[in-house]
Design a protein. Sequence first.
Length: 182
Amino acid sequence: MNSIEVVVGRIGKPHGVRGEVTIDVRTDEPERRFAPGAVLRAVPPKGASSQLKALTVRSTRWHQQVLLVSFEEAGDRNAAEAVRGTVLHAELPVDAVPEDPEEFYDHQLAGLSAYDLDGRLLGTVKGLVHGAAQDLVTVLTPDGREALVPFVKELVPEVDVPGGRLVVADRPGLVSPFPDEA
């Protein structure tokens, strides 16, 4: 069966001395993605002391609305500090869809045609950039520019995956250039 990878979180700071770490959750299904025994592909940040390529979830718990996870490969505070900043990926079946109809996996958005509110073609969705504050939709314009659009309802009011389109509430400087730059 074919599968795809999705980002499910980023490891934050250590919590305590037994290897627990905070997780910047990037999934709507943390209980499922961080279930004990789950093996996640690990992508450490540049310059990290840890070069682990996979991490196995040992345990999870919520503490004051923060997900705490311990991994088999990081059993103490020093090891937990070494994996800080690591981005975690889970494998899903290629036909998987999120339970929430307002949520989308990256691969579902890549390749969609981007239109403005009046139905004019703005370009093609190249992918998503996962930012600390919010995700950004990357739109490749017909003239070869890449525009980053905050993936919020006010700026991306409609996503129609089956129809192959996404609507952007465009304004000068967002996807379309400013009039004096055109």
